[in-house]
Structures are given as C-alpha cells and as structure tokens.
Design a protein around this ligand. Structure first.
Ligand code: NAD
Length: 495
C-alpha cells in the first residue's frame, strides 16, 4: 500500500490565539480530535474558559481603533502576504483537512483553493469599500455615504468545511477594518488553528485576529458579549435559530447559514454528462455539504427510459471507490465522525420502514485499504421516495441519494417549494425555457442549471432561503462587505 503523506504525525496540542500570543487554556478540559479514516488521535483542543473567550474579545476590541485607522491599502498588504503563505502551504493545508475531516485530498484541495479565493477577493477592498456621493442635493450642498467598520465580529464555524467556511467572512471583516474572533468547530479545529498561524506570520497586528476553541458555551459568550457587533454562524438550523434569536436580543447583526435538503431535477432531455455531475453532488464530501444534492427528482420519463437512467445511475454509484482520502485513487472518504455515520444509518432504517426501496446499501461497504470501519459508509440509493418520508424531507448529511419521480416540472417545483429548506436546487435539461421557469419559481438561494453543486464564487453572495438562512446579507462578495460595514451619510455646506 502507498505511504500516505500525513502532515500531522504526532497529536497536536491546540492552543488559543489571543492578542498575538498562543495561550494554553487553563480549563484543564481537553477533547480529542480523531482522524475518521485511521481512528488515530491527531490533536487535543481545549474547552476554553469564559475568561479566555472574554480575553479574546477584549483583545479584538482593543485592537480595533488602530486597525480601523490603518489605511485600507496597508490592511490588504497583510492579506496579500496571507494569500502567498496559503499558496506556499497549499498542500499541507489540504492534507490537514483530509486528516481532520476525512474528505478526499482532491476535495480538500478544492476547499483550500476556495479559501484562498476569498482572501484574493477581499484584497480589492480599497475599491470595493468606496462610498458614493452627489453634489448639489440643494444649492451648494453635497451629500455622500461613507462605509465604516463597526468593531469586533465573531464567527462560529461548522465541521464540514473546517478551513473554507470561516474564510467566507474573516478576510472581508479584516479588510474592511474590523477585528475578528473565530471559534472553530470542535469536531475539526485544526486547519483553523493552522490558518491562525499563517495570519500571525502574515503580520496582522496583535488582537486583530483571535481564535478560541470550544463548543456551544464559548459561542454563547461571544453572542451575548456587548463588544461583539455581529455574528456569522454556519451550522444546523436548530442551532442557527437559537443564534439568530440571541443576536436579535442583544442587538447584533447576524448572518446565519443553516441546514439544507437540496433537490436535483432531471428533465427527460438532460444531457449524457448528467450522471457524473449527480455523483459529485450527492456523494462529494461524503454527502456532508450544505450544497449536496439529496432528492433526485426524475421528471416525465416513461417506464423503460426511467429504468435505463436509474440502472446507469446505480451502477455508476456502486463503482465509487471509498477509503482514506489521502489515497489519490479514493473517490469518497469516511463520514467525519461515528455519530454522523450512526445518524445516516438511522435514516437508512427509516427509509426502509417507510417503504422506500433500497437499491444500493452503503452499509455493505468494502473499504479500499486496511482501515477501521467506524466512520465509513458507502453510497446508498433509495427509489420510490416521497417528500413526506423522513428521508425525503430531512437533512441526512450523509451519502444517501433519494430518488423521486414526478410527471412534470411543475410538480417538481411544487415539491421543492414545499420543503422548509431553501439552500440549493439544480435542474438538468436542454431546455432554456424549463431552466428559466425553474430559476424564476424555485424558492432556493443557489440555483444550478446543468451544474450539480451551485457553489457561488467568492465575489458572489452565498445565498440561502427559508430555514437554510436567517438574516438579510449573506457571506462572501459585496454582501459580506456591506455586512461588515455601516453606512454613514454626511451632508455638507460651506459658507
Ligand atoms: P452545528 O450546528 O452542530 O455546529 C455549528 C457550530 O455551532 C459549532 O461551532 C458548534 O460548536 C456551535 N454550537 C453548537 N451548539 C450551539 C449553541 N447552542 N449555540 C451557539 N453555538 C453552538 O453544525 P455542524 O454539524 O458543525 O455543521 C453541519 C451543518 O451546517 C449542516 O446542517 C449543514 O447543512 C450546515 N452548513 C450550512 C452551510 C450554508 O452555507 N448554508 C454551509 C456549511 C454547512
């Protein structure tokens, strides 16, 4: 078997990064981070004390006045250096993600690339943050709008893109002159810690960027703290609703990006290349993506045509090679944790009990390589699913495809719009008219047209609707810049 290059060879002792210093937590509570493929312990992270979280927020508050006065050009020079350091460390950053999350190395490389792109876009701040003005709103009077940073922002991160998701926000917050406190996911806190090391190396002044480890308690302290002006949260809907309500109670602006149940609609005229796109959407990141396809809706196909499509789809799915993501030949890694696998198996059992037909059973998986199977689960396909079944309605967040049939596009759109989630929806068709109808009527934030994963680039907002998003402005792009700034209007007259 090939020797797989693991950047983390010995368990790391993760520390908090507060006011430019790496500080050991005094809590005495250390939890393990386990590589889901090998089941080896790769790090320990602390549950930070309230004092430590407060110290990080205080450091960020103290650093704000000077960082805000640092010119936008000088601020983005730090981001340019960070971007270069990310490139230099591209491969090891990616490998760390595979070690802590389980995704394949190619998926991790894609994640690192997307993270770097966020920094690249934020380096445009001297232009992107400009306000606007109008002379002579009345005789001799001019009016203009200035965008100013607000202070300290906090980010509460999910486990599924441990490197990239915080970068949907932090480069934009820092470039606009705010200071930042990130709380990584306790399930996958390593790549954020490595990123903080690069941020330090890039020369951001002490206190501008801080990192504290911990779970819900640390997050709640951040949300309730009067010196934090806004929170960005990415995670499950039930936690997101609590975060959004708490932000409202404490008068904070918030971006809350939450869970999903995404539909992939296959029209009868869909092109040949549809199946590979479906596989990437459904099983990429082992189904643990907020943009993952879940419900495959096959529209308007008669018996033979439906059966042919389904047979080809199941056959292609059964050939996906599952194993340790650092093996370049592997196409799907393990679930990130044992409880995620158990939750997914629970859904498989519910699907069977509800009368859906199990066409491919991931529980029967044979792994490539000699690894403990605690977190591994193979791709699974159900047919005859309806939107009222638990597997058709709820977010599984695992490698399970649930196939449905409808007679018409109208019926498919009705099913999508009846879902309480609204993150993404994709259509595969040769018809511009069908595609436009879909884009026009579907109540989801990210639409794919012959694209299986409608992931917006760094210069577009990462949208979402209904129970998949709470807030007004989104992460990334102009929305993020607007979120991290307040508009101030000035009107002037000179006598
Ligand atoms: P999660 O809700 O379990 O945890 C997210 C973060 O919230 C973690 O940092 C956690 O420590 C913290 N947290 C937990 N309980 C909290 C509480 N009561 N108050 C405040 N913070 C709390 O989510 P997860 O399992 O890490 O992430 C997976 C979920 O994220 C999926 O539902 C997925 O769809 C969603 N997601 C959404 C997007 C999007 O853009 N819409 C992107 C990625 C992931």
């Amino acid at each position: 078997m090939a020797i797989l290059e693991e950047p983390i060879k010995q368990p790391l002792e993760l520390k908090n990064y507060i006011n430019g210093e790496w500080v050991e937590s005094k809590s005495g509570q250390v939890s393990e981070v386990v590589n889901p493929a090998t089941r080896k312990v790769i790090a320990g992270y602390p549950t930070s004390t309230a004092d430590e979280v407060n110290a990080a927020i205080q450091a960020a508050a103290d650093a704000f006045p000077e960082w805000r006065r640092t010119t936008p050009l000088a601020r983005v020079r730090c981001l340019f250096r960070l971007r270069d350091l990310m490139e230099e460390n591209f491969e090891s950053l990616s490998r760390i993600q595979t070690q802590e999350h389980g995704k394949t190395i190619d998926e991790s490389r894609g994640e690192t690339r997307r993270g770097i792109e966020m920094v690249e876009v934020a380096t445009g701040i001297p232009s992107l943050m400009m306000g606007y003005n109008l002379e002579d709103i009345a005789a001799g009077i001019d009016e203009y709008v200035i965008y100013q940073p607000l202070g300290v922002f906090g980010h509460i991160a999910p486990f599924n893109f441990p490197f990239m998701v915080p970068l949907w926000f932090s480069p934009f917050a820092l470039a606009t002159g705010n200071t930042f406190v990130v709380k990584p996911s306790p399930r996958a806190p390593i790549s954020q810690t490595r990123l903080a090391e690069l941020i330090e190396e890039a020369g951001f002044p002490p206190g501008v960027y801080n990192l504290v480890h911990g779970g819900a308690e640390a997050a709640r302290i951040m949300i309730d703290h009067p010196d934090i002006k806004g929170i960005t949260f990415v995670g499950t809907t039930h936690v997101g609703k609590e975060v959004y309500a708490r932000c409202g109670q404490t008068g904070k602006r918030a971006i809350v990006q939450a869970s999903a149940k995404n539909f992939l609609v296959i029209m009868p005229d869909a092109a040949e290349g549809t199946i590979p796109a479906l596989l990437t959407s459904l099983f990429g990141n082992t189904g643990q993506r907020c943009l993952s396809g879940a419900n495959v809706v096959i529209v308007g196909r008669g018996g033979a045509s439906y059966k042919k499509f389904l047979d080809e789809f199941v056959e292609a799915t059964s050939r996906i090679k599952v194993g340790y993501g650092l093996d370049e030949s592997v196409q799907m890694g393990p679930m990130q944790a044992v409880d995620g696998k158990e939750r997914t198996i629970g859904y498989v059992e519910k699907g069977i009990a509800d009368g859906a037909r199990l066409l491919l059973d991931g529980r029967q998986l044979k792994i490539t390589g000699d690894y403990p199977d605690d977190c591994f689960l193979g791709p699974t396909v159900f047919e005859g699913v309806t939107p009222d079944m638990a597997i058709g309605r709820e977010e599984i967040f695992g490698p399970v495809a649930t196939v449905m049939r409808t007679a018409s596009l109208d019926e498919a759109i009705t099913a999508i719009n009846a879902s309480h989630y609204g993150n993404a929806a994709c259509i595969f068709t040769a018809s511009g008219r069908a595609a436009r109808e879909f884009q026009y009527r579907v109540t989801c934030g990210n639409i794919g047209i012959n694209i299986g994963i409608a992931a917006p680039m760094a210069f577009f907002p990462f949208s979402g609707m209904k129970d998949s998003f709470f807030g007004v402005l989104h992460g990334q792009g102009r929305d993020a810049i607007r979120f991290f700034t307040e508009s101030k209007v000035a009107i002037q007259r000179w006598f």
